[in-house]
Design a protein around this ligand. Structure first.
Ligand SMILES: Cc1ncc(COP(=O)(O)O)c(C=O)c1O
Length: 393
């Protein structure tokens, strides 16, 4: 009989089970909404990145349906061969205007945008100086580039400066941070890092996946929030979170974007979005411009929910955004908290090592503009009950 060459995978999964870290996928029955049915249970949903509720916004839905009727369900090719449709170009023009940059290129996901861009602009004789909590897609892009990777402690601008100062003169340098960090919800040290990049002639790159649609005028992101327009060479955004659909993009100079058209491997070697996705994203930009009160509602809800958690005595870390962690300590405790919340009607994903430090396992909460106050109050009441039960508060 043939032995199973993948048998070790089962052993690793068993180890996860023993450590209480094994997760099965929760299945969403129906739409991605603030109150939704996961695994056949109605829960207040604090786990999506659907910040503005755009996944089900009527204007996006209608735009997607209309594009499907007019243009079909697929683009049929990669962008560089036959898969660039008018609607893709329109989306890129609209995003460039939104981000106030010369040009934009859209990728299949934010992950592809980060990984594809870092890997394209650097090569093995170059250096990347990266915040220790930057997103996995940045880390993978760094690895793919074969550049030397230097990591600085989270938001430690002085450490980033020292690294850059000590690097040898030859070789390009890329300084990179998330705009909003996805596990702690704090903001990157964007203006300070821009100054460091300028001092050493480094390329400055910001991943604004969680900031676009959330921070800045009409949701333009941290570059607008900190007013550092023109000082960030490469801005990455996602269309998969606040924008409510799917995709990622890079905003920057025309030269950068043309270069990525030629060298970014996910752009070159993977099929472009279906017209429905691109059309929904264009409609989302209309909503951001014409219905900014949605962003206001997101922030009102964020303040209400954060204040409620703090008043209950939870450790919510250093968040400055709608992402609010509830830190529980070691991994199994955070997973237990998440499981009990779910049983009581609140979905907040547990997150443990290696995604976060071993002793900082947590459940991560994300409120949206479309949660009602009653839903958020219900969630706070459940947090209070389960937090006391597990002696977290
Ligand atoms: C900081 C950050 N960057 C990039 C991404 C990737 O975005 P997408 O989901 O569009 O691939 C994510 C999503 O998890 C993220 O949190």
């Amino acid at each position: 009989m043939r032995s199973d060459p993948l048998g070790y995978l089962g052993t690793e999964l068993d180890a996860l089970k023993q450590q209480g870290l094994y997760r099965s996928l929760r299945i969403l029955d129906g739409e991605q909404k603030p109150k939704a049915e996961f695994d056949h249970r109605q829960v207040v949903n604090l786990s999506s990145n659907n910040y503005l509720g755009l996944t089900t916004h009527p204007r996006l839905r209608e735009a997607a349906l209309d594009a499907t009727r007019r243009l079909g369900v697929g683009s049929g090719s990669v962008r560089t061969i036959a898969g660039t449709m008018d609607i893709h170009m329109e989306l890129e023009r609209r995003l460039a205007a939104f981000k106030k940059t010369e040009s934009v290129v859209v990728f299949q996901s934010g992950f592809a945008a980060n990984a594809g861009t870092v890997a394209a602009v650097l090569s093995k004789d170059d250096y990347v100086v990266s915040d220790e909590l930057n997103h996995a897609s940045i880390i993978d892009g760094c690895r793919l580039s074969r550049a030397t990777i230097k990591v600085f402690p989270h938001k430690n601008v002085e450490a980033a400066r020292t690294i850059l100062k000590e690097l040898p003169a030859p070789g390009r340098k890329l300084l990179i941070t998330d705009g909003v960090f996805s596990m702690d919800g704090d903001l990157g040290a964007v203006p300070e890092l821009c100054a460091v990049a300028e001092e050493f002639g480094a390329i400055m790159m910001v991943d604004d996946a969680h900031a676009s649609g959330v921070f800045g005028a009409n949701g333009r992101g941290t570059i607008d929030h900190f007013n550092v327009h023109g000082r960030v060479d490469i801005q990455v955004g996602t269309l998969s979170k606040a924008i409510g659909a799917l995709g990622g993009y890079v905003a920057g100079s025309k030269t950068l974007i043309e270069f990525l058209y030629h060298r970014a491997r996910p752009f070159l070697f993977s099929t472009s979005h279906p017209p429905a996705v691109a059309a929904a994203c264009v409609a989302a930009l209309d909503v951001l411009e014409q219905e900014p009160q949605i962003i206001q509602r997101l922030w009102d809800n964020t303040r209400f929910f954060k204040a409620g958690l703090v008043a209950l005595g939870f450790n919510t870390g250093i968040s400055e955004s709608p992402i609010t962690p509830v830190i529980a300590g070691e991994g199994a405790r955070a997973m237990k908290l998440s499981d009990r919340l779910f049983e009581e009607g609140v979905f907040a994903q547990g997150i443990a090592f290696p995604t976060v430090a071993r002793d900082k396992a947590r459940v991560r909460t994300i409120v949206t503009a479309t949660h009602t106050r009653d839903e958020l109050q219900f969630a706070l009441d459940v947090f209070a009950k389960v937090g006391r039960e597990l002696a977290i508060i």
